[in-house]
Ligand binder design. Structure first.
Ligand SMILES: Cc1ncc(COP(=O)(O)O)c(C=O)c1O
Length: 509
C-alpha cells in the first residue's frame, strides 16, 4: 500500500531526502512502528516462522556426501580484467589509440605523422584549436623557462612549486576573466572535480543542479561531494527554474553547466541560466573549457563575448586546448579561491605545473588576448563556416552546431569507426566518438578545423568523406527527415547551423 505521506511529496524530493525523513518521522508512522513492534530485532520472533516451523530442512547425507567445496584459491584478477575488456570489444566501445604525432613546423601544421611508417595525414580533431601549441612565442617562452628553471616544479605548491611564474599566470587568468583571483590545477578535469567536490561537500546542506550534458569531470566532482543533486535537461532554463522553485529557501545551491558543449557544439543560454540561478540564491559554476581562447575580445569565452562574464560566479577553463599547453583553472572571488586553495585535496596533494607549461600558458593567454588572437579567431570562424557549408552542399549530415565544433553523426560504433578508418586511408585523421563520451546511438565524427586549415584541405576532406560514406554503404543524401537529422534525431534548422556567431571581420588564410 503506498504511503499517503510520502506519496504526496515530489518524487525527486523523496529520492534525495527520503533517508532523513525516515529517520526524523519514522517513529510517528503507524505502519512502520507496528512492523518494528512485531518483529523487534530478533528474527526468531517472526510470527510466520513461529506458526509454520522451519521452512528448509537439512538435505539427507547421501545427497551431500560427494559434494566437495570448491577450493578457495586467490581471486582470478586476470580473468576479471579479460571479461571487462571483452565486454568493451563486443559493444565496439573498446578504444584503440591511433599513433599520431602532430607536427609543429611552419608549413607542416596541421599535419601529423601516422602509424608505424610515419605516413603524412591532416589532423581534423585536435583541440589545439588555434595552433597555440606551435606558435613561436609560446614555444620560445616554454624553452626559455626550461633553460632557466628546469623541466619540473619539484613539488606541491606548498613545498617547492610556488614560483613567481605560477603567481603571474594566476594573476593573468584572473585579469582575463575579470575576477579578483584564480587558481591553477594539473588539468581542468582536476579543477572541476576538486572544486565541485570540495564546495558541495563543505557548504552546509548544499544542493547541486547539474546540466544533463555535463562533462565527466563535473559529474565526478558532484558525485564525490555526495551532496544531493538534481539534473536538469541539457541547456533548458525552464527545467532549471522548475527544479529550483521546488528547492528549500536559504540553503546553499550550485548550478553547474558548460557554455560550449564539447561534443555537440551547442552553446548554452548563459544569461538566462545565470539569472535563474541567482534568482533562487544559487552560485553559478560555468565550464568555459571549449570557449576560452576562442570567443570574446580577449578570448575569455562566451561570458566575455556576450558581455555577461560578471554573471558567472566560478568559471573553469583549460590551458590544454586553445591555449596549447596543459593544466586547468578556476577564477572567482578571492575568498572562494582561498577556500579551494586551502581545502581541496586535488589541489593540495599534487606536484605543481612545471615551468615550461607555466611560461607557455602565460604566453598563449597573452597571444590570444592580443590583436593577433582576434585575427586567429576570425580565421577560425571563417574556416569553420566553410566546412559547414561544404558539408551542406555535399548533402552530408551534420549536427546543428552554432560553434566551432562540427559533429557529423554516423549511428553505430562499428560504422563510425569504419568511416574514420576509411578517412585515415585517404590521409585525414578524425577520431570516431562513441560511448561513453557520447550516448550509444549518437556516435559521430567530431571535426574541429582551425585557422591553419585551408579551403583546399576542406575540399579534399569532403571528397574523402563522400567516398568513405559510399565505401561503407552509408546513405546520406536524405539525411533530413521531418525537420530532424535521420542519424541523430536532432532538430535541423539551417538558420541555427549557419547563424553568424562572431562579430569580427572574416577572412580565410
Ligand atoms: C567540457 C570539458 N570540461 C573539462 C575538460 C577537462 O579539461 P582538461 O583536458 O584540461 O582536463 C574537458 C576535456 O575534454 C571538457 O571537454
Amino acid at each position: 500500500m503506498p504511503c499517503p505521506f510520502l506519496g504526496s511529496l515530489n518524487q525527486a524530493f523523496v529520492r534525495n531526502y527520503g533517508a532523513g525523513l525516515l529517520k526524523q518521522y519514522g517513529s510517528f508512522c503507524p505502519a512502520l512502528t507496528r512492523g518494528f513492534r512485531t518483529l523487534g530485532n530478533d528474527e526468531t520472533k517472526c510470527p510466520f516462522i513461529q506458526n509454520n516451523g522451519p521452512i528448509i530442512s537439512e538435505a539427507p547425507k547421501e545427497m551431500t556426501e560427494d559434494i566437495k567445496p570448491e577450493p578457495v584459491g586467490p581471486y582470478k584478477y586476470d580473468s576479471f580484467f579479460h571479461d571487462q575488456i571483452s565486454a568493451k570489444k563486443k559493444d565496439y566501445s573498446y578504444r584503440v589509440f591511433k599513433k599520431v604525432s602532430r607536427l609543429a613546423a611552419d608549413g607542416l601544421y596541421p599535419a601529423a605523422l601516422e602509424g608505424a611508417d610515419n605516413r603524412r595525414v591532416t589532423v581534423w580533431c585536435a583541440n589545439d584549436y588555434l595552433g597555440a601549441s606551435r606558435h613561436a612565442r609560446v614555444q620560445d617562452a616554454a624553452v626559455a623557462a626550461i633553460r632557466s628553471y628546469g623541466t619540473g616544479a619539484g613539488g606541491t605548491r606548498n613545498i617547492a612549486g610556488n614560483s613567481q611564474m605560477t603567481e603571474k599566470l594566476e594573476a593573468e587568468i584572473a585579469k582575463l576573466h575579470d575576477k579578483p583571483a584564480a587558481l591553477i590545477f594539473s588539468s581542468c578535469f582536476v579543477a572541476n572535480d576538486a572544486t565541485l567536490s570540495t564546495l558541495a561537500k563543505i557548504l552546509p546542506g548544499c544542493i547541486v543542479y547539474s546540466d544533463a550534458g555535463n562533462h565527466a569531470s563535473m559529474i565526478q566532482g558532484i558525485r564525490n561531494s555526495r551532496a544531493p543533486k538534481h539534473i536538469f535537461r541539457h541547456n533548458d532554463p525552464n527545467h532549471l527554474r522548475q527544479l529550483l522553485a521546488e528547492s528549500p529557501a536559504g540553503v546553499p545551491k550550485l548550478v553547474v553547466f558548460e557554455t560550449v558543449h564539447s561534443m555537440s557544439g551547442a552553446i548554452c543560454p548563459l544569461e538566462e541560466m545565470c539569472n535563474i540561478a541567482h534568482e533562487y540564491g544559487a552560485l553559478t559554476f560555468v565550464d568555459e573549457v571549449h570557449a576560452v581562447g576562442l570567443y570574446g575580445k580577449h578570448g575569455a569565452g562566451i561570458g566575455e563575448e556576450r558581455g555577461i562574464a560578471h554573471l558567472i560566479d566560478i568559471v573553469s577553463g583549460t590551458l590544454g586546448k586553445a591555449y596549447g599547453n596543459v593544466g586547468g583553472y578556476i577564477a572567482g572571488s578571492s575568498l572562494l579561491i582561498d577556500t579551494i586553495r586551502s581545502l581541496a585535496p586535488g589541489f593540495i596533494f599534487t606536484t605543481a605545473l612545471p615551468p615550461p607549461v607555466l611560461a607557455g600558458s602565460l604566453a598563449a593567454i597573452r597571444l590570444l588576448a592580443s590583436e593577433e588572437g582576434r585575427s586567429l579567431r576570425a580565421k577560425h570562424q571563417a574556416i569553420v563556416r566553410y566546412l559547414k557549408l561544404s558539408l551542406l552542399v555535399a548533402g552530408l549530415p551534420q549536427m546543428p552546431s552554432v560553434s566551432h565544433i562540427v559533429p557529423v553523426p554516423i549511428k553505430g560504433a562499428d560504422k563510425v569507426a569504419l568511416v574514420a578508418e576509411s578517412l585515415m586511408k585517404r590521409g585525414h585523421y578524425v577520431q570516431a566518438i562513441n560511448y561513453p563520451t557520447v550516448a550509444r546511438g549518437t556516435e559521430r565524427l567530431r571535426f574541429a578545423p582551425g585557422p591553419y586549415h585551408t579551403t583546399e584541405m576542406i575540399d579534399k576532406l569532403v571528397a574523402a568523406l563522400i567516398e568513405s560514406f559510399h565505401e561503407n554503404d552509408i546513405s546520406f543524401n536524405q539525411f533530413v527527415e521531418n525537420g530532424a537529422c535521420r542519424e541523430c534525431s536532432m532538430e535541423y534548422k539551417m538558420d541555427i547551423a549557419y547563424e553568424e556567431p562572431y562579430k569580427y571581420p572574416m577572412q580565410v588564410a
